[in-house]
Design a protein around this ligand. Structure first.
Ligand code: ASP
Length: 439
């Protein structure tokens, strides 16, 4: 029998109606055995997610102010869901236990985790499946890092004998028994851990979009969903700004080649995006998989005549950034010039010290900082002759009147990264998209 781990995000659990859609999806395919849930998300634009309400409770408690009115709002949301589904969970005692814990010591991770905890309890009862509290099996070490092997072991021992289960996403426990959460959006990671622990055939990640779009739909209104994307391509696009999955959700499943299917709870018939280790060979419909980009970057450009004839210049330069704990995005080297791309917000407060150290240690001929830059990446592992595609993309951007500040083309597969002024960001993305749509 096939086994799927299925994770539902906050928008899929926003109210009783969404819970009903989730049950219909689960009942449609017996393979959907292990269900991971987030906390209820926003029901309409401007509504507040349960996790954000919990965060507000915690902040009030920390300041010594009354958090009970805020906590009552959360209880009312869960009460609505239970009433809509005809579930008789004793919310009164659940919420009085939460209030007691907050009064004793407002521990942030514990407070934030209660949305997933209750959401999973309700879903378990609604589906008639056992509820699994991840505090029993998702383990973090003293530094707050996930203990992967221990977690796989514990999850697998608990889950494998069961026909199915509902597991709360987003949290686990620290060595002292306290609750520890992943970073926000972390239920995606729990879903991936569960998929790996049960060696699932597929990890379905249910959300409110029909997959990853080939480009940001706010810039390209007719952007199409991506049918297939490789783990590697997804990593690049996510790093560059495309947000569809928590970045830590790929590694647990990619190690076992478990595909991830991004699906839409509101349009379950849509195929969604399939994230795989290798794009299918016959998938030649498009040479480019997707485009993503980021603004808010700066470039530090250092030039020194004849420097390429020597050794160690780049190492000294990078050491200066390391010393100031400023990570860089890219390091582009030319003959006698080096350009380091950095997130402007990280550079800002250290700029003067870094310039001083570069001047002192490297005595460059010129040293320039260019701000308000953006980076755009285009990936496509099936691009065939990636040089030819890159040339076409670059010329499309130039024909749109955009001047390109930096170009970085990864070796082999198509992975082009270009730097353009922030003011040209939208124009460049539109030009790139138009060019791939023709190809
Ligand atoms: N509820 C948490 C958040 O809003 C975790 C999650 O949804 O994955 O970030």
């Amino acid at each position: 029998m096939r086994t799927y781990a299925v994770k539902f995000g906050g928008s899929s659990l926003a109210d009783a109606e969404q819970f009903r859609k989730v049950r219909a999806i689960i009942q449609k395919d017996a393979a959907r055995r292990f269900v991971v849930v987030s906390a209820p998300g926003a029901r309409y634009p401007g509504d507040i997610k349960v996790t954000d309400l919990l965060d507000a409770c915690h902040s009030l408690a920390l300041k010594g102010e009354s958090f009970l009115p805020e906590l009552e709002k959360i209880e009312a949301r869960f009460a609505d869901i239970c009433a809509g589904l005809g579930i008789g969970l004793d919310l009164k005692s659940e919420f009085s236990a939460i209030a007691t814990c907050i009064n004793a010591a407002p521990q942030k991770d514990y407070v934030l985790s209660r949305g997933e905890y209750l959401s999973a309890k309700i879903m378990a009862e609604y589906l008639g499946l056992p509820f699994i509290d991840p505090a029993r099996c998702v383990r973090f070490d003293r530094d707050g890092l996930l203990m992967e092997e221990e977690t796989y072991d514990a999850l697998s021992r608990l889950l494998r004998p069961l026909p199915g289960a509902v597991i709360a996403g987003f949290y686990g426990s620290a060595p002292d028994g306290g609750i520890k959460t992943f970073s926000r959006g972390g239920s995606d990671v729990t879903g991936a851990l569960v998929a790996r622990a049960v060696n699932a055939d597929l990890y379905e990640n249910w959300t409110d979009v029909s997959g990853l779009m080939e480009a940001d739909p706010r810039i390209i209104p007719d952007a199409r969903p991506v049918e297939y994307i490789s783990y590697r391509e997804l990593r690049i696009l996510s790093y560059m700004g495309a947000s569809v999955l928590h970045t830590d959700a790929v590694r647990p499943v990619s190690a076992l080649n478990i595909p991830i299917n991004i699906k839409n709870t509101n349009r379950p018939e849509d195929a969604g995006t399939l994230i795989v280790s290798r794009l299918p060979d016959d998938h030649t419909r498009r040479s480019v998989t997707g485009i993503a980009g980021r603004k808010g970057l700066s470039v530090v450009q250092v030039e020194k005549s004849m420097v390429s004839d020597g050794a160690g210049f780049t190492a000294v330069l990078l050491d200066i950034f390391k010393h100031h704990r400023v990570p860089f995005e890219q390091c582009l080297t030319g003959i006698d010039t080096i350009s380091i791309v950095i997130r402007s917000e990280l550079l800002e407060s250290k700029k003067d010290d870094i310039i001083r150290d570069i001047a002192r240690e490297l005595s460059p001929d010129t040293l320039r900082i260019i701000d308000r830059l953006s980076m755009i990446t285009v990936v496509g592992e099936n691009a065939g002759d990636s040089n030819e595609v890159s040339a076409r993309l670059i010329s499309a951007v130039q024909s749109a009147g955009v001047s390109i500040s930096t170009i970085n083309q990864g070796a082999g597969r198509l992975n082009l990264i270009i730097g353009v002024k922030e003011a040209d960001y939208v124009r460049a993305i539109r030009a790139l998209h138009a060019s791939i749509s023709e190809g």
